[in-house]
Structures are given as structure tokens and as C-alpha cells.
Design a protein around this ligand. Sequence first.
Ligand SMILES: *Cc1c(COP(=O)(O)O)cnc(C)c1O
Length: 230
Amino acid sequence: MNQKTIPDNIVKLLSRVRLAAQKSQRSAEDICIVAASKTRSSDTIRAAHQSGLCDFGENYLQEALDKIEDLADLNLCWHFIGPIQSNKTRPIAEHFNWVHSVERAKIARRLSDQRPPELGPLQILLQVNISGEASKSGALPEELPGLVEEVMGLPHITLRGLMAIPAATNDESQKTQPFARMRQLLREMQVIAPEMDSLSMGMSNDLEAAIAQGTTFVRVGTDIFGPRDG
Ligand SMILES: *Cc1c(COP(=O)(O)O)cnc(C)c1O
């Protein structure tokens, strides 16, 4: 991984996002790039921030807490995007701005209970297992209405939307369908919870398809930082 390529990578990424937004008559400002920075060092994150990124997504709690502390001098917005064990909710509630990977009401309740009220509500997204893969995290689409009803009234979180990681494919024609389904699911959930206004979907190899289906967050690792070493 070569830190010198980060500024160029970010310039290219911003133009991809701008072009994709234009094609769907959307404003690029409505699409937030979350740099998926798992396994990357604090210095690497600093380099990405110098090139204009402010939002970082982390998957592993201890690694994330170390970086949040190292980088406390920057005004970064931290997103938790990895699987959540219920005994790890407190530090997540205390140190993050957004959580994209909530899949059970129990986790949402703990995050709400443990969120320090002076920080304001934690912004959360419900992760959906949109490709129905047995091995994947996320609530099934049919579980969503019940989950939304349980989560929407909790006092110290704000339910903002849905997140998904569809099954990987290199077939362009297969990329759109799961994202279109997510857009439809968000519309259905907005009937129950009108404050839901966000979608987190699209990564390095499918962000154009996600932007065309209305995503508000793309989570990008490889195309900013290069391949992960393992
Ligand atoms: C690592 C990761 C990403 C970024 O994936 P890339 O293919 O490297 O862009 C996005 N979302 C989640 C949840 C991740 O864990």
C-alpha cells in the first residue's frame, strides 16, 4: 500500500461520484464518501483527510478506538460499519457518530441506553441481508417492518435508513437489482418512519450502480487506499 497514491485516488473517486450523480440528475453533495479504513494506519487516514475526506468507516472496535484517539485533533466523523457483538455496544455508543450495521433490536436498544445524552442522538442504519445469503449479516427484508417499529422510538438514537452489502458480482447487469430493491424497501419503511432518509450501499466496484439507485453513502476502501494486505 502506497500512501503517495492517496491524493490521486481521491481525485479520481470524486470525479466518479460526480459523474455518476450527474447521470442520475443528483447533486454530488448528497452523496457522502465514507472511507472504509479498516487495517489502515492513523497516518494513512491523516493523508486521506488532507485530501478532503472527513468521514471514516471502521469494522474492528479496538483498532477503531486507537485511531479515534490518535486522530482526536482532526474533526472527523466516525462510522461503525462492521458486525456488532452486544458486549461491545458501549464504546461504539460513546465514540462514533453513525452506526451502519445494526441488525437486531437488542443492539439498537443497548446503543440508545449507552449513548451519552450530551453527545446528541447516535445516527443509525439497519443492515439488510439483501441477497439472502445465509453467511451474511443483516436483517431479512421481511423482518424490517417489525425491526423499524421497535427501533424508531428509542430516545438516544435516530433511525436514519438502511445499509446493505450485496453479493459480489462483476456482471454489470446484476449490480442494479439489489440496490433497486433497497431503494424500494426504504420507501416502504418511510411510511412507518418518515425520518428515514439515508441509504448506505455501493463500494469500490459498484458505487455507480448504487448512486443511480439513490444511495446517500458510498463506503470505499480499495479505490482510496489500494488493496488491503490480507
Ligand atoms: C471494507 C468494507 C468496504 C470497502 O470495500 P472496498 O471494496 O475495499 O471498497 C465497504 N463496506 C464495508 C462494510 C467494508 O467492510
